[in-house]
Design a protein around this ligand. Structure first.
Ligand code: PLP
Length: 406
């Protein structure tokens, strides 16, 4: 990987016409270790957020030794980067062949489910492989309520009464029992975890089976930008959120239970930025060389305002507009279809023009993992950058960050 101190240096040196991911291993390390130090249980990184080998290697170097995986490709990616790491197979609805591979090929002993037919599937394979069910922990995924940029309880999770039945059933068979939830990604209400803990407590007391663990999933919010026209949403910092969570864990008497969290976004978002080029400017529209089918689908579906930094092309001699006036641009992506338009504008100086670059910050989560080859565009170049995206003086055009909102 080429190395630069900032993405601006890289853009000016490489004059890239294709998108470039700027990876900051030191930021990833810091955010991973910060989460581990704040969370009182085991940190299992959610591989779907970003499963690139360079990310998994850096996380393993940072001391992450447990990973939340959902598919054979994710088992293999983690095994390659961190051969000793523990794998938690937390997809509630799995293919039989994948369950077999997990148990037999990868010695995975922790799985989740939200239905009795999944218990039956797992049990058949466990019996076939002659594994003692006592060696396996099955986490019952419970449905939760709350507001997140992505809600997942519409898809997975057992209602409380059903979860009680499932716990009793798996205990009767001889499996170890756990409870898990995933409140959705990028939570928007600090009380979300507490509501889920209250529900888990209710289920635990009704089921009355030995509980070997509580897995609180992911959802911890990463820091993004704000639309200067809108009042910034009040979300506590991760430190505050974790302080509250730790209190809630004690209050709901999960303090003595082994805990697991499956953070994704909050660990990896800040570590990668993306340099894109303005292929053409038409008024207040920018056509760029990336888009929703490549790195930017999250900002589209997740309604997230991404922080953007202007990198003017020094080769351009004339510009119109004022450099100190920050305005919203509608951003159109690289492919030939009308869906590829971002729903949130980029806030940039009036002087942006064809040939300039934009550094999009905090894009490490759900970007590389969601790329498609649609229309033949597939960004794949990665460089290493040492300075954090928001380090140093706030450069011109560094719009849509918190300071712009006042
Ligand atoms: C996607 C996912 C995560 C990670 O969520 P983030 O919001 O990125 O932290 C964790 N657990 C499960 C079960 C998931 O599906």
């Amino acid at each position: 990987m080429d190395r630069y101190s900032t993405a601006v240096d890289a853009a000016l040196d490489l004059r890239p016409d294709q998108p470039i991911y700027c990876f900051r291993p030191s930021v990833l390390r810091q955010d991973a270790q910060n989460f581990q130090s704040l969370f009182p249980g085991k940190t299992a990184y959610a591989v779907k957020t970003n499963g690139e080998p360079f990310v998994l290697n850096a996380l393993s170097d940072a001391g992450i030794d447990c990973f939340d995986v959902a598919s054979p490709a994710e088992f293999a990616a983690v095994r390659a980067a961190a051969p000793e790491a523990e794998l938690l197979y937390m997809h509630p609805i799995k293919a039989q062949s994948d369950i077999r591979l997990a148990l037999e090929g990868y010695c995975i002993r922790t799985l989740s489910l939200d239905h009795e037919d999944e218990v039956a599937k797992i049990l058949r394979i466990v019996r076939g492989l002659d594994i003692d069910p006592q060696k396996i922990t099955l986490y019952v995924r419970i449905a939760t309520k709350g507001h997140a940029a992505y809600e997942l309880s519409k898809k997975f999770g057992a209602a409380p009464g059903h979860a009680v039945e499932l716990l009793k059933r798996i205990d009767r068979i001889g499996f170890k029992c756990g409870l898990c939830f995933h409140v959705g990604s990028q939570i928007e209400e600090p009380e979300t975890y507490e509501r889920a803990l209250a529900s888990a407590d209710w289920i635990r007391s009704r089921a009355n089976v030995p509980n070997v663990g509580l897995d609180i999933g992911g959802g911890f919010p990463a820091v993004y930008g704000n639309d200067p026209r809108k009042k910034a949403r009040e979300m506590p910092s991760l430190e505050e959120l974790m302080g509250q969570l730790n209190n809630d864990i004690v209050e709901w008497q999960f303090g003595g239970v082994p805990l697991v969290a499956e953070p994704g976004r909050v660990i990896v978002a800040r570590s990668i930025s993306l340099i894109v080029r303005v292929l053409l400017r038409k008024g207040r529209r920018l056509y760029i060389n990336d888009g929703i089918w490549a790195s930017l689908s999250d900002s589209w579906t997740g309604k997230i305002t991404l922080p953007a930094r202007f990198i003017p092309d020094p080769a351009r001699r004339t510009r119109s507009g004022r450099a100190d006036k920050i305005v919203p641009y509608k951003v159109c992506g690289a492919t030939c279809d009308s869906v590829d338009i971002l729903s949130r504008p980029f806030w940039l100086p009036e002087t942006v023009d064809t040939g300039d670059w934009i550094e999009i910050g905090h894009i490490g989560a759900y970007s590389l993992s969601l790329r498609t080859k649609f229309n033949g565009f597939y960004p794949d170049k990665v460089i290493e950058v040492s300075e954090p995206f928001d380090a140093g003086e706030a450069p011109e055009g560094f719009a849509s960050i918190e300071t712009m909102a006042d």
